[in-house]
Design a protein around this ligand. Structure first.
Ligand SMILES: C[S@@+](CC[C@H](N)C(=O)[O-])C[C@H]1O[C@@H](n2cnc3c(N)ncnc32)[C@H](O)[C@@H]1O
Length: 338
């Protein structure tokens, strides 16, 4: 079993843990810290890369304790120089990023330098790159006296889903979109709708699981063009529509996952409060009894009030910190009619 950790948007740690438990069958969650989930598994990287709520994946190489003063940094280079790093391709340039939490008298840059020294003591022919130019990246996380030394397994293309995906001004991070899809409990029988789909991030993440039908729409013709360029039309139908009057019949949708327009990001053509009122009515109308709506919104109190009025039970909620805003992610379930 190897120890890994996945970094994740703070607030979504438990959603990612659940995704790990579901997808990495032999895994054991070891620890959950703010923005990080530690787990063990014997599975390969191919299996781990199915964890789409994770921002990045790291393999833990070593853990040890360190004192708070500069003189203690020599322990870092000494310890690192004893590690067996033969499993890493030494023809590549390497780099070390360090983070530090606590009252140390050294900087994170000084700590990173000591790690590079330690690596070069053991492997003198390994070449140090720069922060912009390297193929192998190590990470040193110092939290008070505890140190974790790890190897980064993923680059930015992992969380942004390659280099060709197009985003709009209000696009959601694909990792957050995936966490929302995960919370909807995807089933192959689902009729799935995102009524305010923007560039289609949620639809694309939903399309990584099978479904009966995946449908999305947006009031803006420009962003639906972006959505269409991001997702194959055999996987999802994308429409220009007004989400306050969806062209869908009553009770025909199993799952709705959406992030409503909020904050400074984008304003609908009417008062946000009135917009939320109308769209919640519409979401409730098209949902099947026991259907789920996973909604990201900044209008926390209003959404809870609208849900109560409509008989949507709030199963879970997660407070997030996203692009300087503090939206809440709600999981609602439509109550079965008696
Ligand atoms: C926060 S953004 C959604 C971003 C999307 N999840 C993505 O990743 O690109 C909200 C979207 O709601 C759309 N919108 C605003 N008013 C709408 C309406 N009446 N009907 C449908 N969509 C609407 C906006 O055009 C915007 O694209």
């Amino acid at each position: 079993m190897t120890l890994y950790f996945a970094s994740v948007l703070p607030g979504l740690e438990y959603v990612l843990s659940d995704e790990i438990n579901n997808k990495v069958t032999d895994s054991e969650i070891i620890e959950i810290n703010r923005g990080k989930v530690f787990f063990t598994t014997a599975k390969t990287f191919t299996c781990l890369s199915s964890l789409r709520s994770a921002d990045n994946l790291f393999q833990v190489i070593d853990q040890f304790q360190i004192g708070p003063h500069k003189k203690h940094l020599s322990h870092v280079s000494e310890r690192i120089s004893q590690l067996d790093l033969d499993f890493i391709d030494h023809n590549d340039l390497f780099w070390v990023n360090a983070s530090r939490k606590g009252k140390q008298t050294y900087s994170r840059f000084e700590a990173a330098k000591k790690v590079m020294e330690g690596i070069n003591n053991h492997y003198p022919d390994w070449n140090i790159g720069t922060s912009q130019n390297h193929q192998v990246e190590f990470r040193l996380d110092i939290e008070h006296q505890h140190v974790i030394f790890s190897l980064r397994l993923t680059d930015a293309t992992f969380r942004f889903r390659g280099q060709t995906r197009r985003f709009s001004r209000a696009s959601l991070l694909p990792t957050v979109a995936h966490a929302m899809v995960h919370l909807s409990d995807p089933k192959s029988t689902d009729v799935f709708v995102d009524p305010c789909c923007g560039s289609g991030t949620i639809l694309s993440e939903r399309a990584t699981y099978s479904a009966k039908r995946i449908v999305g729409g947006d009031v803006s013709g420009d962003v639906t063009k972006v959505a269409k360029s991001n997702i194959d039309d055999t996987k999802a139908q994308i429409n220009v529509w007004d989400a306050r009057e969806l062209p869908l019949s009553n009770g025909c949708v199993d799952k709705i996952v959406t992030n409503l327009p909020f904050g400074r990001q984008i304003s609908p053509d009417e008062d946000l409060k009135l917009f939320n009122h109308h769209i919640m009515n519409e979401i409730c109308r098209v949902l099947k009894p026991t259907g789920r709506a996973v909604i990201l919104s900044e209008s926390v109190n209003q959404l809870l009030g609208e849900a109560k009025r409509l008989g949507l039970l709030c199963l879970e909620s997660y407070s997030l910190s996203l692009k300087g805003l503090n939206p809440t992610l709600f999981v609602f379930e439509k109550q079965d009619e008696l």
